[in-house]
Design a protein around this ligand. Structure first.
Ligand code: ADP
Ligand code: MG
Length: 240
């Protein structure tokens, strides 16, 4: 579904992604970990072209997305993204937050969009909040709305960039549980997180980044029990 081939990315003269080679297969869950500033967000944002790569090739669902004439709208319709900060529209209700893009971008009817929105709100366990405004919800609930909003576009890929980092400890679990369910249902997912319990349990593969490089790629069982790279060992010793 996603393939990075010798990808380089610069911010001006700063070389932020260095020779990235990475494949994510259909239905796979890849968890990206690494120190702050190592390029995790940039890597994920390249997938839906929120950031442009400088060179190399990036293929998403069989389309070379760094090519000229890439249909960005089509690409982004196929990819849901959930951020650390939920980015909900504050002056719209939960339901309106979810129906907006399907109506505007996919052109589905209001009625159908509402039905779909309610389906996903039920799935994330907050159907009763449909008429509330984001500020009336807890952080965990807002993040669940953000996930429902992503799912309502029926994406082929879901990207998560530290989706629980801004949450109170007691609401982190409710968001991780939804992500686990999605993973079990076969969603292709790339997840940046510091939640090592989730990574260990859900990831098909761990990608460890440091200073713009993928230093290690391994099955979680191997990565957590015996990381090959000294830098990964140090990172784990600090956060576990
Ligand atoms: P991570 O998500 O692992 O913390 P990022 O991808 O956010 O890392 O950032 C990697 C590096 O790129 C950092 O040094 C950061 O300061 C820098 N960076 C991120 N975004 C930009 C930008 N828009 N312009 C310039 N530098 C950036
Ligand atoms: Mg980041």
């Amino acid at each position: 579904m996603i393939s990075f081939h010798q990808v380089q990315k610069h911010y001006g003269s700063f070389h932020v992604l260095k020779d990235i080679n990475l494949r994510v297969n259909l239905g796979e869950v890849v968890v990206v970990i690494g120190p702050s500033g190592s390029g995790k967000s940039t890597l994920v944002r390249c997938i839906n072209q929120l950031e442009k790569i400088t060179s190399g090739d990036l293929i998403v669902d069989n389309v070379k997305v760094n090519g000229r004439g890439t249909d960005l709208n089509k690409l982004r319709r196929e990819i849901g993204m959930v951020f650390q900060h939920f980015n909900l529209y504050p002056h719209k209700t939960v339901l309106q937050n979810i129906t907006l893009a399907p109506v505007k971008v996919l052109g589905v009817s209001e009625t159908e969009a509402k039905e779909t929105a309610m389906f996903y709100l039920q799935k994330v366990g907050i159907a009763e909040k449909a008429g509330s405004y984001p500020a009336q919800l807890s952080g965990g609930q807002q993040q669940r709305v953000a996930i429902a909003r992503g799912l309502a576009m029926k994406p082929k890929i879901m990207l998560f960039d530290e989706p629980t980092s801004a949450l109170d400890p007691e609401t982190i679990g409710e968001v991780l549980d939804i992500m686990k369910t999605l993973a079990k249902e076969g969603m292709t997912m790339v997840v940046v997180t510091h939640e090592m319990g989730f990574a260990r349990e859900v990831a098909d593969r761990i990608v460890f980044m440091d200073q713009g490089r993928i230093l290690e790629e391994a099955h979680p069982r191997d990565f957590f029990s015996q990381p090959r790279e000294e830098r990964a060992r140090l990172f784990l010793s600090r956060i576990l």
